[in-house]
Design a binder for this molecule. Structure first.
Ligand SMILES: [Mn+2]
Length: 293
């Protein structure tokens, strides 16, 4: 696995401008053996911040394929980039892989969030095979209609964003700093990835309330639009449940949870927790090595 320490020079960022002739710094793997899904949703990647788990996301992108991929906002963190330019090669590689998908003919729909709201001015346009939209309606294989949006639209009503935006920003960044330390230590002792803020969120009563408020408000708004369900991100809390008859899906984040929401070819939905997938893969590899020895 890579170490995300190097700050890219401008040439590396400029490579994207010549995408067709550029190569990723971390070569693509396992193109043949990829898991196939009808649809993939990811959000809250926060490229341009130290918290972004680009290495884990690159691993994910190299192991899965889909007919359609939704990027549900906060893919690039424009707020943080403005304060401090941070762009390692791995972050470039994430974008390279997304553009490559579009080039291979997969549908890619990008719904900017609040951290990449600068992209919202392009909503309605298509760039390099990537459709930029304010929101979308996704129809599942079995005909359910799902509203797809980032979710910051509801910040004024709920206070869920306190976990991340404005007020919570410094505390959240500090927690992400601790999270990296804890996981580097766990990794050194061969222990699986563990999410500190997931643990903290579950322990702090107020945050549990914010999160459930947010989920209910969004589900209610979706019900008012007459759709069967809603897919969002924003609060970095992966979830999949039915709220008053409306399917609520949150695809989580790639800062610490490292989750993706996927639709199978029969319309069945599933939340993937990528650290668990990696841990399972490593267990199998260790077992094969043990049997071979
Ligand atoms: Mn957001």
């Amino acid at each position: 696995m890579e170490t995300v320490t190097r700050i890219a020079n401008l040439r590396e960022v400029a490579d994207l401008a010549d995408f067709a002739n550029s190569k990723p710094a971390f070569p693509e793997r396992e193109i043949e053996g990829r898991a196939q899904y009808r649809t993939i949703w990811i959000s809250d990647v926060h490229l341009g911040t130290r918290g972004c788990n680009a290495g884990m996301l690159i691993d994910f992108l190299d192991h899965v394929d889909s007919d359609t991929m939704y990027l549900v906002g906060d893919i690039v963190d424009g707020w943080r980039l403005k304060k401090k330019f941070y762009w390692p090669a791995s972050h470039n590689d994430v974008i390279w892989r997304i553009l490559k998908r579009a080039k291979r003919g997969q549908r890619v729909i990008y719904i900017p969030g609040n951290h990449d709201e600068v992209m919202r001015q392009w909503c309605g346009l298509d760039f390099g095979g990537v459709a930029i939209r304010r929101r979308a309606i996704h129809e599942t294989a079995d005909g359910r209609r799902l509203l797809v949006l980032h979710g910051d639209e509801f910040d004024a009503i709920t206070l869920a964003h306190r976990w991340l935006a404005h007020v919570g920003d410094a505390a959240y960044n500090f927690m992400m700093f601790l999270n990296r330390g804890v996981n580097a230590w766990r990794r050194a002792f061969n222990m699986p990835y563990w999410s500190l803020s997931k643990y903290a969120k579950a322990k702090v009563k107020k945050s549990v309330e914010f999160i459930s408020d947010y989920e209910e408000v969004i589900a209610e708004a979706a019900a008012a639009e007459g759709v069967d369900g809603v897919v969002c991100g924003h609060i970095h809390t992966a979830e999949m449940r039915t709220i008053a008859g409306v399917e609520y899906y949150n695809d989580g984040d790639w800062v610490e949870g490292c989750n993706a929401l996927v639709e199978h070819f029969d319309g069945r939905m599933e939340l993937l927790h990528w650290p668990e997938v990696i841990a399972a893969r490593e267990r199998v590899a260790a077992e094969i090595a043990r049997l071979a020895a």
